[in-house]
Design a protein around this ligand. Structure first.
Ligand code: FAD
Ligand code: SF4
Length: 476
């Protein structure tokens, strides 16, 4: 696939390359340049650098990276192929376990997954697994590579998938690879779920997802977009028309911390803000997505996770006057990716710690600022702190959002309102993604609670394996 003569740079058979070649992460665009657009901040790697970085894999024989990856990707195997300049073979192997490698390579928190577990992480710096996965898959898609599925025998089985997020896509891809017709329904005008309508373009450009949609369509996945189950089509219609159903509908109820003044004009939920922004930039014309421009506004984002980072960095790009991220604990306790906090700092976001928000204050109905409590660690006295703001974004996380029709078909929920799975309703086997209703499986955030792209994909694939087992095509 690539014709650069890089083999001379190093010997791919030398398993001690990591001793003399350092870990090199992808270069970032300068912060002054990236603050003014929503394009990705990391630059593409040169092929010879991908090859050389892949050659740093020690082939340790204990691929902890593989176990820590929720998809159990064959990481050392595709690193070896990449190190030997066999990029297309590496892409083929990647796709055996991951239907969205270029997306995981961009958004997985590698520092607590595969790269954290890499044997040479201590002392030498982990192999740049995520960046290599992204670049190899990007290259394969750029070259219009498609898997050879000609040997697959088509069956007469059909599965409806509700939700075109990572869980639904993970399920659909594995089904079509086994000759099962997969039809994916989504209420939004584009596939991806939160990949498209949550994660901003500076982490994941929308063209990447659009390219992946074309790939999935080419291998036989059918998408029915702008179609909401429960509004446009009933679940009973799907039950009557398909052999099985997989639900991957996500979690969309924003937590608000019960603050006073939440109804004040200028208070926005994080996801509403991010969805409105994508809708505006991509011109999707979604009726229920309103755009908020932070230009010349003083913005406070409450929360310290990845969603908060996406909001502060979006507000910077909209040319807000000031952007402050206010968190109730210290920086070390922030739950999101440390790398994203660093990126936000580079882009001019101010971080304020140890402030517990109490109320959003207003002047004649319009936000004037946020009142916080600051607790003195020595004598436990509480001090009131007020910070001025024109706009406040609430990014405290998400809770379950069960659809009204779950009850009508007796889908069991747990005490958090998440869908209960692990029912053995197909056989005596412990089916991990089977719901309480025979023939309906589920996975991703609606089962686990808000989590990660890669865990949603893993549950979608497990759901597909169980569906295939129920058709006697595979053992679960
Ligand atoms: P979703 O991605 O939410 O997809 C569900 C889909 O179901 C949606 O498209 C929705 O429209 C559709 N749907 C729902 N109900 C219906 C219905 N009745 N009819 C038809 N369609 C329906 N994870 C990471 O790993 N890395 C990150 O950097 C990261 N950043 C994030 C940033 C933000 C702002 C947010 C909110 C989340 C982030 N996450 C990140 C988490 C990650 O995006 C989710 O865990 C993942 O997308 C969950 O996948 P899913 O398929 O379960 O649900
Ligand atoms: Fe690492 Fe995520 Fe790729 Fe697995 S899918 S190898 S965790 S980047």
């Amino acid at each position: 696939m690539n014709n650069i003569d890089t083999v001379k740079i190093f010997d791919p058979k030398d398993k001690l390359t990591f001793l003399h070649r350092q870990r090199e992460t992808a270069k970032k665009r300068d912060s002054s340049e990236r603050q003014i657009d929503f394009k990705e901040i990391y630059q593409d790697e040169e092929n010879d650098n991908i090859q050389a970085q892949a050659g740093r894999c020690l082939d340790c024989g204990n691929p902890y990276c593989e176990w820590k990856c929720p998809l159990h990707n064959y990481i050392p195997n595709w690193l070896e192929l990449a190190a030997n300049d066999k990029f297309e073979e590496a892409a083929v192997l990647m796709h055996e376990t991951n239907p969205l490698p270029e997306i995981c390579g961009r958004v997985c928190p590698q520092d607590r997954l595969c790269e954290q577990a890499c044997t040479i992480n201590t002392g030498f710096g982990a192999v740049t697994i995520g960046a290599i996965e992204k670049n190899i898959s990007d290259l394969a898609l750029k070259n219009n590579w498609r898997p050879d599925l000609s040997a697959i025998e088509q069956t007469d089985k059909t599965v409806a998938i509700v939700g075109a997020g990572p869980a639904g896509l993970g399920c659909a891809e594995l089904l079509v690879r086994h000759g099962v017709k997969a039809v994916v329904y989504d209420r939004y005008p584009e596939i991806g779920g939160l990949l498209t309508f949550g994660i901003p373009g500076f982490k994941l450009e929308k063209e990447v997802i659009q390219k992946r949609r074309v790939f999935l369509e080419d291998i036989g996945v059918e998408f029915k977009l702008n179609t909401e189950i429960g509004r446009d089509i009933s679940i009973e219609e799907l039950q009557n028309s398909y052999d099985s159903i997989f639900l991957g509908m996500g979690t969309y109820t924003s937590l608000d911390g019960g603050l006073e003044g939440l109804e004040t004009e200028g208070v926005i939920k994080a996801l509403d803000y991010l969805i409105g922004n994508v809708n505006f930039q991509q011109n999707y014309r979604m009726a229920d997505a309103s755009y908020t421009d932070m230009k010349a506004e003083k913005v406070i984002v409450l929360g310290g996770g990845d969603t908060a980072m996406d909001c502060v960095r979006s507000a910077v790009r909209q040319n807000a006057t000031t952007v402050q991220c206010v968190y109730r604990k210290d920086e070390a306790a922030m739950p999101g990716s440390k790398q994203e906090v660093q990126n936000a700092k580079e882009e001019g976001v101010e971080f304020v710690y140890h402030l517990q928000p109490v109320a959003i204050e207003n002047n004649n109905g319009k936000i004037s600022g946020v009142r916080f409590h600051k607790t003195n660690a020595i004598d436990n006295t509480v001090e009131e702190v007020f910070i001025e703001a024109d706009k406040v974004i609430i990014a405290f996380g998400f809770s379950a959002s069960p659809a009204s029709w779950f009850d009508s078909i007796n889908l069991a929920l747990n005490d958090k309102g998440l869908l209960k799975t692990s029912h053995s309703n197909q056989s005596d086997l412990p089916y991990l993604q089977a719901t309480s209703v025979k023939g309906i499986y589920a996975g991703g955030d609606m089962v686990r609670g808000a989590d990660l792209v890669v865990t949603a994909i893993a549950e979608g694939r497990q759901g597909a394996r169980e569906i295939l087992a129920s058709f006697d095509i595979l053992t679960a």
